[in-house]
Design a protein around this ligand. Structure first.
Ligand code: FMN
Length: 200
């Protein structure tokens, strides 16, 4: 397949995975994915992303925090999701789909940079993680849920001891679960109408 077709195929076929096989991921693969993440563009090329990779016992301990985030989110989701999807989502938050790895994405914010530029730069890298994971035959799910219990997560990960955190410059932006997919979810539909305006 030609490169262009393969590339767009990657963008269209990627989807969020919320159930994983209990196969561990080689460290080499994780490093390759994170190296891919760090090829992303960033405001003033500050490369302000900081990643914390959790596996093993520390990952298992995090499940308690994911459950805490669920307690905060479940009332609103109960009104928004149909019962079967609500139950699936609840299971996902309790187990994180048995993902063997979770990557926490932080921004080292600069007072000289616009906040949205700091945030956007890290999300550029997060999207690279999503695409690189797919290219590796892995699946992932970007999660804003940890932001519900941001300070507890910061303490659990130990970043509260970092000098940049003490200066108020380190900000958790999302977590990304990572593992070999154990389901094939349908493609979440995309609306392309009324999303783009061309001016000339
Ligand atoms: C910033 C961001 C935060 C998200 N937070 C969550 C989350 O907390 N829990 C979850 O299950 N999915 C989360 N998602 C995944 C979205 O639900 C998913 O990307 C969307 O439904 C489209 O599906 P797709 O990724 O399969 O194309 C998040 C995605 C993004 C980009």
């Amino acid at each position: 397949m030609e490169f262009k077709k393969q590339f767009y195929d990657l963008l269209t076929r990627r989807r969020s995975i919320r159930k994983y096989k209990n196969t561990p991921i080689d460290k080499e693969i994780i490093e390759r994915i994170l190296n891919g993440a760090m090829q992303a563009p960033s405001g003033k090329n500050r490369q302000n992303w900081r990643f914390i990779v959790l596996s093993g016992n520390k990952k298992n301990e995090y499940l308690l925090y994911s459950q805490m985030a669920w307690q905060k989110l479940s009332p609103i989701l109960k009104t928004r999701l149909k019962p079967s999807l609500y139950e699936f989502t609840e299971r996902f938050f309790y187990t994180l789909g048995d993902a063997p790895v979770i990557i926490f994405c932080y921004s080292h914010n600069s007072p000289d940079e616009k906040h949205l530029t700091n945030v956007g730069s890290v999300y550029m890298a997060a999207e690279n993680i999503n695409l690189a994971a797919f290219a590796e035959g892995l699946g992932c799910c970007t999660m804003g849920a940890p932001l519900e219990i941001k300070t507890q997560v910061d303490q659990f990960l130990g970043v509260t001891e970092w000098p940049e955190y003490k200066k108020g410059e380190l900000e958790l932006l999302c977590a990304i679960t990572l593992g070999y997919p154990d389901h094939e979810p349908p493609k979440a539909p995309r609306v392309t109408e009324s999303r783009v305006t061309f001016l000339e």
